[in-house]
Ligand binder design. Structure first.
Ligand code: AMP
Ligand code: ZN
Length: 466
């Protein structure tokens, strides 16, 4: 089955065919490192993790680039407010970003370039744009002339008439609304509010605009035509529209073949955003005692193009769903009975595997994919007495493969325990056999405090992490 994606450019679901067979070159707009990420940002990065992992599951050699925006209006504003050098300030949040990705078990991208390390590449593109007549220099910087680029507005589907009406002005800010569409800054000449943040350029000392950063870093690492470019839906305009204009005007080639955008994480009907103050960081939630695994589950398992309303009940629902899967895998992992496999179960496993894969092939429909897994869990749970070790192993193998995409399953592997914990488990079994129930109970409690639940089954003592 081919993989298909909803392409924001054409507004249709299309079969994915990369430039180079078998490889997927994807550029994912990364964080602006001026604060801790909120879980809305993380929703977008988890969607991109799903995209990366699913392409890998389907055998693609994935090359993902995620930039770090360490120079823009906001990083300068806040580093100055803190009285810190820009690089020292952004370093704090770069480190925190990688910690958050690790806590959420996000598969690392192949390259994480920083904007400040690519100023010469940005200057190179700006120079080409001026030479080709797409950009002009003013007393405060260099601007992209949107009227010179025929396709301006094709991604955000801007209406041509309003474009002509609005296209008279210039905008220096990195962020602005569709209503104020204008020529935008490629290079901003130094002003006192930039403090000591400045680089040399043919147009005087200054700094790049935000949009040119992504054009330069994506083309440097992935070539002039990328397979996939993605980000949150708010990146579509002006950021991605401007990236297309700059890149295509400079190279004369199509910039990205597929544009994927994730819907927002919302709180009481509004986008979660730092500027609105309605946000939670991952750290906030971990400090409240919620697990990163449940947060991953919650953010990961809603279709990426559907807005997701954040609530604490939602995390509790994720906890309950995970417990159901944990119990199932735990039970299967401890089945010892031999014998022929139940033909109906074997057929069901094949059907549900196909359903899971078909759902993800169709624009990463993870919600439907999880539905297929839960159907399998329900059916097997209902006939658990007919499950043999052979079949249990097959199911576990499939869930293991599914977890290369999901990244939140818990198989309670024996190598998760330390030697000391192994010893405590066997000492507890011995104490029980010797009818020293007080000691057995005491050890059970110590293990429980470490997050290990021990259970006695007809097949012996088994354990799992909780
Ligand atoms: P920023 O650090 O502001 O550049 O944002 C990093 C990424 O998070 C971008 O792809 C944004 O589109 C995305 N983003 C920001 N807010 C939200 C939200 N509430 N829900 C989902 N994605 C978001
Ligand atoms: Zn970007």
């Amino acid at each position: 089955m081919p993989v298909r994606f909803y392409n924001s450019m054409t507004r249709t679901v299309e079969e994915f065919t990369p430039v180079q067979k078998g490889t997927a070159a994807m550029y994912t707009c990364g964080p602006t490192v001026y604060n801790f990420l909120h879980i809305g940002n993380l929703r977008t990065f988890l969607f991109e993790d799903l995209l990366h992992r699913w392409l890998r599951y389907r055998g693609y050699n994935v090359r993902q680039v995620m930039n770090l925006t360490d120079i823009d209006d906001k990083t300068i504003r806040d580093s100055r407010a803190q009285g810190m050098p820009l690089s020292e300030f952004t370093e704090i949040y770069k480190k925190a970003f990688f910690e958050d990705l690790k806590a959420l078990n996000v598969a690392p991208a192949e390259v994480y370039p920083s904007a400040t390390g690519h100023i010469p590449e940005m200057i190179g593109i700006i120079r080409t744009l001026i030479e080709k007549g797409y950009a002009y220099s003013t007393d405060d910087g260099v601007y992209f002339k949107i009227s010179a680029f025929d396709g301006y507005g094709k991604l955000a589907h801007l209406d041509k008439d309003s474009l002509r009406a609005g296209a008279s002005g210039r905008v220096a800010n990195d962020e602005y609304e569709k209503e104020t569409v204008s020529d935008f800054a490629l290079w901003k000449k130094w002003s006192p509010s930039d403090g000591d943040v400045k680089w040399q350029s043919p147009w005087g000392e200054g700094r790049p605009g935000w949009h040119i950063e992504c054009s330069a870093m994506s083309m440097k690492y992935l070539g002039e035509t990328l397979d996939i470019h993605s980000g949150g839906i708010d990146n579509m305009f002006p950021h991605h529209e401007n990236e297309i204009a700059q890149s295509e005007a400079a190279t004369g080639k199509q910039f990205a073949r597929y544009w994927l955008h994730s819907a927002h994480l919302i709180v009481e009907g509004e986008k979660m955003a730092k500027s609105k103050g309605n946000f939670f960081t991952l750290r906030d939630l971990l400090a409240k005692g919620y697990s990163a695994r449940s947060i991953r589950y919650l953010l990961y398992t809603t279709h990426y193009r559907k807005p997701l309303n954040f609530t604490f009940d939602g995390i509790k629902g994720a906890d309950a769903a995970l417990k159901r899967i944990d119990d199932f895998l735990f039970t299967l992992g401890n089945i010892k009975s031999e014998g022929a496999e139940d033909a109906e179960f074997v057929r069901m496993l094949t059907t549900q595997t196909e359903k899971f894969e078909a759902a993800l092939d169709e624009d990463l429909n993870i919600a439907e994919g999880m539905g297929a897994l839960f159907e399998l869990i329900r059916a097997v749970n209902e006939g658990m007495e007919r499950v043999t070790k052979g079949f249990a192993d097959r199911v576990l193998k499939f869930f293991g493969k599914a977890d290369s995409v999901l990244g939140f399953l818990n198989f309670g592997k024996a190598d998760d325990l330390t030697d000391e914990e192994h010893k405590m488990i066997s000492e507890r079994s011995d104490a029980k056999k010797g009818k020293d129930f007080a000691r057995a109970d005491e050890l059970r409690k110590v293990l429980l405090d470490r997050g290990i639940e021990v259970r006695d089954t007809p097949d012996g003592t088994v354990w799992k992490r909780i």
